[in-house]
Design a protein around this ligand. Structure first.
Ligand code: 2AM
Ligand code: CA
Length: 256
């Protein structure tokens, strides 16, 4: 295994232990509001510190972009970290959230880890080597059309007040005969797309830490990832569409 992936896994597992410990005493969690339905807790911050410390003790010269503490350092190598993707789920005791860590080299993802500490599911990949769920290789589902597909999406509740484009896309997908989930963790939606639990996923209004790891895991599982305009700017544009090539094409048609 690539040593950098090994460090990412070590960091994610350590953060996961802290999440599980903290989830048993949610009443002790200190919660701050970042915006409408957008929260951060002491657990997010602690996990982020654990991850950054683990990475920097192995690679002190690397740069970091982390959801809660922002940018640290400058380097061709940049770790993009979401200590808890699905914070609202975590705070509500709804067991669907994950740790997400990606290593970028010159803005291209090279290593990725998504860890669901509740289900003890570790999604990993190194660019060019395929992706795994725990020790098993994963592939995107070979679903031909939206009809009978299982899709996921999310809404940027904090940054949007007009949900009509989103609701229209959902309406169109339902009319094609697809079913839809909305689970509150974009990173897990991408991991589930990679391993074929979902056929596709789209969302607008996301940040790099929500998608950097999951998008590489989808690609390494044989899927494709674009933004809503069909370009590769999904790490910066905020919109993302993922699935096998046929599903992404069909979803882009619906969304556009
Ligand atoms: P979070 O739990 O790490 O904040 C839910 O639709 C998705 O949107 C989750 O991945 C959630 O990640 C993310 N999200 C929540 N607030 C966000 C924000 N302010 N900017 C971008 N993504 C956000
Ligand atoms: Ca988060």
């Amino acid at each position: 295994m690539h040593p950098k992936l090994n460090i990412a896994i070590k960091a994610a597992l350590k953060a996961g232990e802290n999440i599980i410990r903290s989830s048993k005493r949610l009443d002790r969690t200190i919660i701050e509001k970042k915006g409408n339905l957008d929260f951060v807790s002491n657990v997010d911050k602690e996990c982020e510190e654990i991850i950054i410390e683990t990475i920097l003790s192995a690679y002190p010269d690397h740069a970091i972009l982390a959801e809660e503490s922002g940018k640290h350092g400058k380097s061709e190598y940049k770790w993009i970290i979401d200590p808890i993707d699905g914070t609202l789920n975590f705070l509500r005791g709804y067991p669907h959230f994950c740790v997400s860590i990606a290593l970028m080299r010159n803005d291209r993802a090279e290593e990725a880890v998504i860890y669901d500490p509740f289900k003890d599911e570790l999604f990993t990949c190194s660019r060019g080597n395929g992706a795994k769920l725990n020790d098993t290789k994963i592939r995107v589902k070979n679903q031909n059309s939206l009809t009978k597909g299982l899709l996921a999406t999310g809404f940027a509740v904090r940054s949007t007040t007009d949900f009509s484009p989103q609701l229209k896309a959902i309406n169109d997908c339902l009319n094609y005969g697809a079913d839809i989930r909305r689970s509150g963790s974009a990173a897990l939606d991408l991991a589930y797309t990679a391993c074929g639990r979902l056929d596709g996923f789209w969302e607008f209004g996301l940040s790099p830490w929500d998608v950097a790891a999951g998008s590489l895991i989808v690609i390494e599982s044989g899927g494709i990832v674009t933004d809503k305009d069909g370009t590769e700017n999904y790490n910066t544009s905020g919109s993302i569409v993922a699935g096998n090539p046929k599903i992404v094409k069909a979803l882009l048609k619906v969304i556009q």
